[in-house]
Ligand binder design. Structure first.
Ligand code: T3D
Length: 262
């Protein structure tokens, strides 16, 4: 049986490739669990210092595999609240709580939960030809995988509502212009740029990068006072790290820093 998620760890970058290209990498139960195991490994394995998530073939991910939800097979309607709790929400929480950077290379269409899994990542690059589609409205569902949260936070209500209610495809360049993603890049350059970014993050001061991720995620709901306290605590930890000592020493010695992620 083919692996539904390909996993590779090289030079500190854990690359996870969604791998059902003939179904546009639509998510099956097996794939959900493989993706989650990959992100969990990034939590547990100190050799992982950055994650790169992408898709095989012409799509990033078309969301839930609808073949697994065929109502023509009969039986009771599925409890989709339960499928979110079982399959989607733990993975979304694992991505957001990972103290290491997660780069997403959106190599093609990202629809439904596929779009929203991408938006949960820390830095999103997309091929110029990619599109983001909140496909849920087309099949009578609501945005999930954190989409109602991330779209509204990043874009504001007007754009979030229009995307979610119309399910209109959002081209990668417009997503970048609106600040929904980091960059749209030429299709042929996507993987080189995403890999180079992930590699450079993996060679970075992992502890400090993890603290930075936490600070930025907390900022949306914190008051300035709360955020200043959080910065103080985070800077205290960062200031005690070996990577901070190395960073300052390297600066003073006019050489590149050699961070060890601790
Ligand atoms: O269920 C729960 O647990 C709740 C959670 C839900 C989360 C969700 O993600 S709900 C949203 C599910 N996703 C969608 O509704 C998107 C469905 N797909 C599309 O709208 C289109 O395929 C795309 C816009 C993504 C791409 O269009 P296009 O024209 O480039 O490709 P295509 O021809 O539609 O698709 C190619 C093949 O992939 C095709 O199969 P075929 O004809 O070659 O045998 C198509 O059926 C298959 N495919 C695409 N998306 C899915 C899929 N098969 C199963 N599930 C899919 N989601």
């Amino acid at each position: 049986m083919t692996d539904t998620v390909l996993v590779d760890l090289t030079d500190g970058v854990l690359t996870l490739v969604l791998n059902r290209p003939d179904r546009l990498n639509a998510l099956t139960d097996d794939m959900h669990m493989a993706l989650r195991a990959g992100i969990q490994r990034a939590h547990d394995d100190a050799d992982v210092r950055a994650v790169l998530l992408t898709g095989a073939g012409r799509a990033f991910c078309a969301g839930q595999d609808l073949g697994d939800r065929d109502p023509r097979r009969g039986g009771p309607a599925p409890d989709l609240g339960q499928t979110l709790e079982t399959y989607y929400n733990p993975t979304l929480r694992l991505i957001r709580s990972l103290d290491k950077p997660v780069v997403c290379a959106v190599n093609g269409v990202a629809a439904g939960a596929g779009a929203n899994i991408a938006l949960a990542c820390d830095i999103v690059l997309a091929a110029q030809s990619a599109r983001f589609i909140q496909a849920f409205a087309k099949i009578g569902l609501v945005p999930d995988a954190g989409g109602s949260w991330s779209l509204t936070r990043i874009l504001g209500e007007a754009r979030a509502k229009a995307l979610a209610l119309t399910a209109e495809p959002l081209p990668a360049q417009q997503a970048a212009d609106w600040g929904l993603i980091w960059k749209a890049v030429a299709d042929e350059a996507l993987m080189d740029q995403a890999s180079a970014l992930a590699l450079s993050l993996a060679a970075g001061p992992t502890l400090g990068l993890g603290l930075t991720k936490r600070l930025i995620q907390a900022a949306a709901t914190n008051s300035l006072d709360e955020q200043l306290d959080l910065e103080r605590d985070a800077q205290r930890k960062a200031g005690r790290s070996a990577d901070y000592a190395e960073g300052v020493t390297a600066f003073l010695e006019k050489r590149p820093a050699l961070f060890r992620g601790e």
